[in-house]
Design a protein. Structure first.
Length: 299
């Protein structure tokens, strides 16, 4: 089976490498060819365009940054969707909004291509270790066709329903990640403002019911000030925006999430865009380090 993979960023490169390690041959495409070089060799060839790639494969994975990038790769000049064989499977692992996934499913069906939305939960280390969670929206038969491939890249598959339901679940998950990180950072800023040491706060809060378990993995980044990217802050802001779009389409109010989304946007303006999204802590603590009117009066 020849597999295509488009999008070799932080996540896609690791996912593609895991497919190769399990013996699958890949045809890959990335706008920056240099990112594809580690995958090239006996089990990996580079294609000059998504269209040329599509002509060679039966299953195609896309792992791209946002809906516009997916649409361009699929339907733009030299897009792949008109070149996939009938009965081929397109698995989109990108973080996009559900209404977009449903539109892509319609476009694929018009061309007799089976569409699967299968976004993932897990950052770079989980991708490298093949420990991703796949949220899959498709019919059961198509899931069974690709299940062995997904298990090369992840250790859990959740079939959430029909097309668009995988991305629906992804919206919910990333909303919790984004708001949870921002709320924790704000609580830490308050604690430090009240005179509690950062170490005391971490030691006291991590592992307690109010604190999401994933936050323990962010301690080292915050303490060292080294926000090496596992999940870029700009993509967290993008996902929260897409959740907001989805809420608008569904008639759901999200006042807390919209405030957090704008907080990430402000952090992007201050130079945190390509850092890990836990850098929201640095942005918030920098705000709180400015002298407050109350403190000024006390002095």
């Amino acid at each position: 089976m020849k597999i295509g993979f488009i999008g070799l960023g932080i996540m896609g490169s690791r996912m593609a490498a895991n497919l190769q390690q399990q013996g699958y041959s890949l045809v890959v495409f990335n706008r920056t060819r240099a990112k594809a070089e580690p995958l090239l060799g006996p089990c990996g060839t580079f294609s000059d365009s998504p269209a040329k790639l599509a002509e060679q494969v039966n299953v195609l994975f896309t792992m791209l940054a946002h809906p516009d990038a997916v649409k361009q790769a699929a339907l733009g000049a030299n897009g792949f969707l008109d070149h996939l064989k009938p009965n081929a499977v397109w698995v989109d692992c990108s973080s996009v909004n559900p209404s977009f996934s449903k539109k892509m499913a319609v476009e694929a069906a018009r061309r007799e291509v089976h569409f699967v939305d299968a976004p993932v939960t897990g950052s770079a280390p989980a991708a490298a270790e093949a420990k991703l969670i796949f949220w899959v929206g498709t019919d059961p038969a198509d899931l069974e066709r690709i299940r062995p491939l997904l298990l090369c890249m992840g250790n859990k598959i959740v079939h959430t329903g029909g097309q668009g339901m995988g991305t629906s679940m992804k919206m919910v998950v990333n909303l919790l990640l984004g708001t949870g990180m921002a709320a924790f950072a704000e609580a830490m800023a308050l604690g430090e403002g009240l005179g509690i040491s950062r170490k005391m706060l971490f030691d006291s809060l991590l592992g307690t019911p109010p604190v999401a378990p994933f936050l323990a993995s962010k301690r080292e980044k915050i303490e060292s000030g080294n926000y090496e990217t596992e999940f870029p802050l700009r993509w967290m802001q993008k996902d929260m925006h897409l959740a907001s779009v989805s809420a608008y389409e569904s008639g759901v109010a999200m006042p807390l999430s919209n405030a957090a989304k704008e907080l990430y946007r402000l952090a992007m303006r201050e130079g945190h865009a390509i850092q890990d999204f836990s850098a929201i802590y640095d942005y918030l603590t920098a705000i709180h380090e400015s002298p407050s009117p109350v403190k000024a009066q006390l002095h």
